[in-house]
Write a protein that binds this ligand. Structure first.
Ligand code: ADP
Ligand code: MG
Ligand code: MG
Length: 208
């Protein structure tokens, strides 16, 4: 695709729902090593509710307002407010439009990341979803700058998110429940960075 329409963005959400449902036990297994074993069920419950409530809104901001509010209200813990804020800010910045071109999609994604940073106060290297989000957006922008279209940029973002996820394994967590473990959090992938890699893989698939 050369632009992200509301229909393609809805497909993104459906693909992300399918991915977190398919990987529910894996995400929970990761969270059982360094958290409280609920990341898979949190994300599966949240995204199932999102897809049920999404409907067929006319504009990007309307779609993501529903998405963000649904996640905040159906998912407790850290990930509900963080993903919820990501999507709410994404929608606010996108605005009442029917399609996003590459730069507009970039701006919406950056607003989402800024919301996550503001809400969770994490930095790259703290072993959180930020470790997948940040390189994904950098790769997205680099692809656009070198002449890539939306499909190229989302593919680059998904690959970078997967690398960012893998890079969380040796890290000691400095934010969230995993940080309570101190040095014992090292040697495990971060569950939230893993679900964020699925988010960008779903985006690349929807906009291919
Ligand atoms: P909880 O930890 O409340 O049980 P989840 O298990 O659903 O919530 O989500 C855990 C994930 O949330 C972590 O793997 C991490 O990626 C992310 N996370 C936790 N705290 C923060 C934070 N302050 N900033 C960014 N991401 C965070
Ligand atoms: Mg948890
Ligand atoms: Mg929890």
């Amino acid at each position: 695709a050369t632009t992200a329409t509301v229909a393609l963005l809805t497909d993104w959400l459906e693909r992300f729902r399918a991915a977190v449902v398919e990987n529910q036990s894996y995400l929970t297994e990761l969270d059982s090593a360094i958290g409280d074993a609920d990341h898979g069920s949190n994300m599966a419950r949240g995204m199932t509710a999102v897809v049920e409530k999404a409907g067929e809104p006319a504009t990007v901001d309307a779609l993501f307002r529903t998405v963000g509010m649904t996640l905040v209200s159906t998912v407790g813990g850290a990930s509900g407010p963080l993903y919820g804020t990501f999507f709410l800010r994404f929608g606010t910045t996108a605005g009442a439009v029917e399609t996003l071109d590459g730069p507009a999609l970039s701006a919406a994604l950056h607003a989402g990341l800024a919301g996550v940073l503001q809400r969770g106060n994490a930095e790259v290297g703290d072993k959180t979803m930020v470790d997948a989000l940040t390189p994904a957006l950098a790769a997205f922008d680099a692809s656009l700058e070198s002449g890539g279209d939306v499909a190229d940029a989302t593919r680059a973002a998904a690959d970078a998110a997967a690398k960012g996820r893998d890079a969380t394994e040796p890290l000691v967590a400095r934010k969230g429940r995993a940080s309570y473990l101190g040095d014992r959090s090292a040697g495990h992938l971060d569950p939230g960075a893993t679900s964020t890699a699925l988010l960008f893989e779903a985006l690349a698939a929807a906009l291919a």
